[in-house]
Design a protein around this ligand. Structure first.
Ligand SMILES: Nc1ncnc2c1ncn2[C@@H]1O[C@H](COP(=O)(O)OP(=O)(O)OP(=O)(O)O)[C@@H](O)[C@H]1O
Ligand SMILES: [Mg+2]
Length: 411
């Protein structure tokens, strides 16, 4: 009944999971705000979606792009920025793909064919085009110009948004190419063209371009600090939190209610069910981490072949997954600067009612509460791992469980 081929859980990264939970605010932001506003020619900032590893940033925007493509939008694939590489090259290559989609290569205008060859050069040589001291505009202006032409083509087509998804933005370590990239995307989004209303009245409108940047929270520092106001004026940043238990329970409801449909091997459809206790055990194991949710689900699926997934199977499956679950949280902690990790460890050692900034600062060896201020601010505002208040609490439930209990052990 339950085979590897039918398993709907997918703990691999960069997939759009079949068992989808939550993120309704972000999905509706695209559907109800960003997409319709840009298509209507209204200004609307690009979106930056940040969060710790495994919180589902890539999956979220891939899903938005998939929904967009299904509605006829022109979307780039997820453009993952490998560290040390030139982002302009990758983006130029993707824009040429969009230009194809927009039919620009068939244009007989010389201006357009010149523009396409300028962007071909950027795709081949990237940022180094600038270093060649050749005359002519900087490479990023070629990208901006092409984006504008793609946007105009989308207006002619009607009811189409252009979506650009740049992932792992924290890997863009070269300040100049990051700045060029952000300026180019920002300029294209801010660009206004003239549209004509029925009756011949001309009015300015923005292009139907939407840009999503996704990556680790460290990007906020890198982009915010030196790009300052320009960047924040042009991109709206959201830091993802873990998934709530209600969302996770809803995602598993099809298993509990009707059973998840799978081929039964005889040409028909069988159904894999889950007891409510098994569902609760998955919620307890994963602590709201999308990655661990998929992992717990997958392991429970493989734990037996029966029609019903039971609590015992979830626990047996999780036992096999424990090392990976612990490694997931350890990776998050290890990536943090020393000061932040020490702060979290000190916070975890205190009883929940003792977690005031003063007490945590003291436990972490700071001379006073105020000197721990910047660290606690980063852990809250930038990373979303803790929430400050009179008493500090953890928002990242897996980090909390790891530091304060014997999780990933499960009775
Ligand atoms: N909304 C969701 N509901 C259920 N599972 C999800 C959801 N979002 C992501 N996942 C699962 O979580 C895992 C991690 O997702 P994803 O790779 O998108 O995370 P990420 O934040 O991009 O991580 P990284 O920082 O490592 O790139 C994947 O297995 C994915 O299937
Ligand atoms: Mg990712």
């Amino acid at each position: 009944m339950r085979t590897a081929l039918d398993c709907p859980f997918s703990p691999g990264s960069d997939t759009i999971p079949q068992v989808w939970a939550g993120r309704t605010a972000q999905l509706s932001d695209w559907r109800d705000v960003l997409r319709p506003r840009r298509i209507a020619g209204l200004p609307e900032r690009g979106r930056t979606i940040l969060g710790e590893a495994g919180l589902g940033k890539s999956a979220l925007v891939r899903r938005i792009a998939r929904d967009g493509a299904a509605a006829g939008d022109w979307v780039t694939p997820q453009l993952r920025m490998p560290s040390g590489s030139d982002p302009l090259k990758l983006v130029a290559r993707a824009l040429l793909g969009l230009a194809d989609r927009a039919g620009l290569p068939t244009s007989r205008e010389k201006r357009i064919s010149d523009l396409l060859s300028r962007v071909e050069t950027v795709a081949a040589q990237g940022f180094s085009v600038t270093l060649g001291h050749q005359s002519g505009p900087e490479p990023f202006t070629a990208l901006t110009d092409l984006l504008v032409e793609i946007g105009r083509a989308a207006i002619r087509q009607g009811d189409v948004a252009v979506l650009i998804h740049i992932d792992e933005v924290q890997n863009i370590d070269d300040k100049d190419s990051l700045s060029q990239l952000l300026i180019s995307l920002g300029d294209a989004m801010a660009y206004e063209t003239t549209a004509t209303a029925p009756g011949g009245v001309e009015f300015p409108r923005s292009l139907p371009l939407a840009v999503y940047l996704t990556g680790l929270p460290d990007f906020a520092g890198a982009a915010g600090a030196d790009k300052g106001a320009t960047f924040t004026r042009r991109f709206k940043t959201t830091t993802l939190a873990p998934l709530g238990n209600e969302d996770l329970a809803s995602a598993l409801q099809p298993f509990v209610a009707d059973g998840w449909p799978v081929p039964n091997g005889e040409g028909g459809i069988g159904r894999v069910r889950m007891t409510p206790e098994a569902r609760d055990a998955i919620l307890q194991a994963c602590c709201g981490e999308p990655f661990l949710f998929q992992l717990a689900g997958e392991q429970a699926w493989y734990a037996a072949e029966t029609e019903v997934i039971t609590r015992e199977q979830v626990i047996a499956g999780w036992r096999a997954a424990r090392p990976e679950a612990a490694a997931h949280v350890e990776r998050i902690l290890q990536r943090l600067p020393d000061s932040e990790r020490k702060f979290l460890e000190a916070m975890a050692r205190l009883a929940p009612e003792d977690r005031s900034l003063t007490r945590i600062a003291e436990a972490a060896g700071y001379p006073g509460a105020s000197s721990a201020g910047p660290t606690s601010q980063r852990l809250d505002g930038m990373r979303g791992i803790i929430a400050r208040g009179k008493r500090y609490t953890f928002r990242h439930r897996a980090v909390e469980a790891y530091l304060t209990s014997d999780w990933p052990e499960m009775a």
